[in-house]
Design a protein around this ligand. Structure first.
Ligand SMILES: [Zn+2]
Length: 295
């Protein structure tokens, strides 16, 4: 249907704040919106005997394998496979990219340059893809090199947007989503990998995935990373497949920085993640003839 989202003002601005917390203004604001909606409805009257006039085409593609009844005269059936029937492809997301640099190191590399999160995540993910392919998995990346044509026909804008990446992975029906990031903090002594999942959305299975990752990383680092249940994280909440976000370490900590900018460690880190994913996939085998059992 026709739709709009109205941001009423900035509650971080004194003048907007005073207006938006004033019930008289709230009422006036509501009256203005009501007048506009009234005008719109009069200009575009609804007729239940006709196809809703704002839909240009009688062919409507929906996802989900469900027959969608449009007003009165048109029906649509999906031609795409239902997103409930996942394809056995693992989606790896190198956090950030293009004009989104992510976190920046407080230390410099051997060439005296600041290191950007987006470059570390891409390096680790490229190793991770190779490791998973060696184990026989089909893998896609949400982005490639910054200079390359984006994967999957993404526009630059889409590649910079975490929600768009997740929506794309959901639409494709990938069976697993792992996003790789680097942390930063004002206190340079804060260090170590951290793993995030969401308990509300496939929660128990997400936790299992994160625990498998934590187990492998504890073998690598001699210390188990913390696993957090984060209710607000987009990667954790918007994915419809099992998902995890891995913060590889703090590039604002000297020790983590040295490891994360060392290609040998990047490769070892990727191998650990690949082993964890392999373990998870073996424990939870994919069956294309059934609804994905994690839902
Ligand atoms: Zn990040």
């Amino acid at each position: 249907m026709p739709a709009a989202l109205i941001e009423t003002g900035f509650i971080t601005n004194k003048s907007d704040f005073q207006k938006l917390t004033d019930s008289s203004y709230q009422k006036e604001f509501a009256a203005s919106i009501a007048s506009a909606m009234d005008k719109f409805m009069q200009d575009h009257p609804f007729d239940p005997n006709e196809i809703y006039p704002y839909i240009d085409s009688s062919t409507v593609t929906t996802s989900g394998g469900v027959t969608t009844v449009l007003p009165q005269t048109t029906t649509a059936v999906t031609t795409e496979p239902s997103p409930l029937y996942f394809n056995q492809t693992i989606c790896i997301d190198p956090g950030h990219g293009f004009r989104d640099n992510g976190a920046e190191s407080t230390f410099t590399d051997a060439n005296g340059k600041t290191v950007l999160e987006k470059n570390i995540t891409l390096a680790i993910c490229n190793y991770l893809v190779a490791e998973l392919q060696n184990k026989g998995y089909t893998v896609v990346l949400t982005r490639g090199e910054d200079s390359q044509t984006p994967n999957a026909g993404f526009s630059d804008e889409r590649l910079c947007n975490i929600t768009q990446r997740i929506n794309w992975a959901n639409e494709q029906g990938y069976c697993l989503y792992v996003s790789i990031h680097c942390n930063s903090y004002t206190n340079s002594s804060t260090q170590g990998a951290r793993i995030y999942y969401n308990s509300g959305n496939n929660g128990s299975i997400n936790k299992v995935l994160c625990q498998d990752i934590a187990n492998e990383l504890s073998k690598l680092n001699g210390k188990s990373p913390s696993v957090f249940n984060d209710a607000d994280l987009a990667v954790a909440t918007k994915t419809i497949m099992p998902a995890a976000l891995i913060e590889t370490g703090f590039i604002t900590n000297k020790s983590d920085f040295q490891k994360l900018t060392d290609s040998s460690y990047q490769k070892e880190f990727a191998a650990s993640i690949a082993s964890a994913i392999d373990q998870f996939m073996q424990d939870h085998p994919f069956d294309p003839n059934e609804v994905y059992p994690y839902l």
